[in-house]
Design a binder for this molecule. Structure first.
Ligand SMILES: [Zn+2]
Length: 386
């Protein structure tokens, strides 16, 4: 062995034995152990994951990533994600200690997500649902324009397809770095939910996890037909300290916890994580079988836009005079014109004079009545439908 190759081998060995800092930095949750936020017990992450991130010591529900939640709630192999490539931009060119674009890039690299929500469809115990799951690890689950847009698209899709919507909330509120553009998402989502719930008469269940605060609480989190929450979840609008300072009053210890809110009538049910899927599927089944259900209707103008295929079909129909349907339409129009003007009129020989004459005849109330009462033998309108 030459001295150079020996040196090279030593260098390789050194690299192999060195602790891998970069990997640890890239994902903090990849370590072996973690500590319970509530009781301080040290927990082995592998076992914790198998227990759906519920503490073995005190039963506290630790934070769960959106992917873990989807894996747990949706039947294996049925998840179809939506709008995965929609990503935020920086309209205000916002900068605090760090530019907003840099914060975004960091969060995107760390989580592998484009923004703080994952949406899509899938089967929950065999029931098709539209599911949106917020991810607290992406900039505190804050609601920016992308979160708002993705949730709105999900709700609109569910409305068109008649699917129930389930949104799992975990958020620190609206995203400050996008200013008013974040705040308007509250109204946008609420409007989409109004059509979904009140016009189409479809079900929306919101599941509140710790923490659900700020603009999310003030909009879609609290709009659920049914509002579920996880035990001991922190749910509120403004922070505890802000309220204490404003009111100059001492707040109770369990203030803004799920139990406190349930006691005061803001929630419908507190469900431990291990029963959540079962509770959701039983609720959906009950809803499906419910008597006296009202048939919903999507208001005009709220219907989905034409699909690309339908649009192209219409365009081709209009542009092709050879189309028999189109020909028939022209013949019908010519017949109508001839009947009204009393002389043979074709679309090619149409002058502005006899068009005006036809127009006058058709629009004049009396003539229109005559035309309606006219003997069927004289003019034939829509012969194909007779
Ligand atoms: Zn614990």
């Amino acid at each position: 062995m030459s001295i150079l190759s020996w040196l090279e081998n030593q260098r390789k060995l050194k690299l192999l034995n060195a602790p891998n800092y970069s990997q640890q930095e890239s994902d903090g949750s990849q370590g072996l152990w973690t500590r319970c936020d509530h009781c301080g017990v040290i927990l082995y992450i592998k076992h914790l994951k198998e227990n759906q991130r519920v503490c073995f010591g005190c039963g506290y529900h630790l934070q769960m990533s959106s992917t873990e939640r989807i894996d747990y709630l949706i039947d294996t192999g049925t998840w179809r994600p939506f709008d995965e490539t929609v990503s935020p931009c920086d309209p205000l060119e916002f900068k605090d200690q760090k530019p907003y674009t840099e914060r975004l890039k960091d969060a995107q690299e760390r989580t592998g997500l484009q923004d703080a929500v994952q949406t899509g469809t899938g089967l929950l115990d065999g029931i098709p649902v539209a599911l949106g799951v917020m991810d607290f690890t992406f900039m505190g689950g804050s609601m920016g324009s992308v979160v708002g847009e993705k949730i709105t698209r999900l709700i609109e899709y569910a409305t068109q397809e008649g699917l129930p919507v389930i949104l799992v909330c975990a958020s620190g509120g609206a995203r400050m770095q996008e200013g008013i553009l974040s705040l308007m998402q509250m109204a946008k989502i609420s409007a989409a939910l109004h059509v979904h719930q009140n016009c189409a008469k479809l079900l929306y269940i919101s599941v509140l996890t710790s923490p659900t605060t700020g603009g999310v609480t003030a909009s879609f989190a609290m709009l659920g037909d049914l509002i579920f929450a996880e035990p001991k979840a922190l749910i509120g609008f403004a922070g505890r300290r802000v309220i204490e300072q404003t009111l100059q009053e001492q707040l109770p210890d369990d203030f803004q916890t799920a139990e406190y809110l349930l006691h005061h009538g803001l929630l419908d049910l507190i469900v431990p994580r291990s029963f959540l899927k079962q509770a959701l599927s039983e609720t959906l089944t009950l809803y499906k079988e419910a008597p006296l259900k009202v048939q919903g209707q999507i208001p005009y103008g709220q219907r989905g836009p034409l699909t690309k295929i339908r649009e192209e079909q219409l365009r081709r129909f209009i542009q092709s005079p050879k189309n028999p349907n189109y020909k028939h339409l022209v013949t019908e129009f010519e017949e109508l014109l001839s009947a009204l003007t009393g002389e043979k009129t074709s679309i090619d020989s149409l002058t502005s004079d006899n068009l005006q004459k036809a127009f006058d005849l058709a629009c004049n109330t009396q003539t229109r009545l005559d035309w309606l009462q006219v003997n069927e033998n004289k003019i034939s309108i829509r012969p194909v439908f007779k």
